[in-house]
Design a protein around this ligand. Sequence first.
Ligand code: BGC
Length: 386
Amino acid sequence: MQPDNQTIEMKKLLVILQMLLLGFSSCVIEPEKNNKTNADMEMEKAFTDTLNGEKVQMFRLSNKNGMSVTFSNYGATILSIQVPNKEGNEENVLLGYDSAKDLFAGKSYFGCIVGRYANRIANGKFTIDGQTFTAPQNNGINSLHGGVNSIDKQVWQVKQMNDAISFSIKIKDGENGYPGEMNLNVIYSLREDNSLVIDYAATTDKTTVINVTNHAYFNLTGNPSNTILDHDVMINASRYTPVDSTLIPTGELKSVKGTAFDFTTAKPIGKDIAASEQQLKYGLGYDHNFVLNSSDVKIPAVVVTEKTSGRKMEVFTTEPGVQFYTGNFLDGNEKGRGMAYQYRTGFCLETQHFPDSPNQPSFPTTMLKPGETWKSQTIYRFSTTK
Ligand code: BGC
């Protein structure tokens, strides 16, 4: 029996209603509220936009100890981190843009989440269970940060809680060449001790690879017209992964002892950055993965201090590695906060698995299988020293 026209119309209406309901329940958007200054409202306006019909908005988490962090659902990006210096003045310690339009056009991954495979994969090729997959070669011959228009260039779903904000995204099966539909969730929480906690979780429906991190560029002086060379850095890593000229690890886990890569005791970033070591020439400075001595999230993986501001940042992570990148490719093309960001005015500490792990059987695995949940946690904790 053929359904009559009225029944067909009723069914269509029901489907539309269901879609609307689903849309609302999976995307609860509550932008920031309360106690906004004029500057806050202007920033919020500048970061409100639409992209391919999807709403892009700004969100804020603040605590009682002078820390406030803003986010965009575009790329699940951290837009700014305001933290007090030793005099109690709150300043932004991140490199960032001035508007959503600039964020969309950005090329340096400021503050965003990168994946599904952060860092490089040699020639963009890797094999799972005998099948070869190809990710875009968007960085010379290699694939960088998940390929082209990856999750850093997409609008995420968002849900704001009291002291946390949750972003999620579905990465399509085959997107940028990677197998498996992946559900990825990133939760940022702000604690009263001035810790920004990032909790990651992901699942897949086909065996795939995963390496996801945040790509924030820090400058603890609060003024990124200063270089970062005078920041003191300690990295709890006795080894690092040396690279070839295209920044792909050779496979060796090399001791940092006696090299410019020895940050086991704190030293200024600039102290050895110009040493004549070949590794520094390849990276134009530090752009290397350090093999952390511990993946215990209670032990600092990295400690950075900056004397003029008295700011200190400790990084804790469950990840086995951290990419220490000293902004060597910043060249004044990226602009924001009333300036053009110059060479080495920001540093990144991208907690992650090692670069090119899918092609390096001796590295900790980055494989994720259906039925498993990938989890990772990183904490950036701010304080001051006198
Ligand atoms: C990479 C750098 C790259 C930067 C921005 C870092 O994670 O290691 O080589 O220039 O991201 O893309």
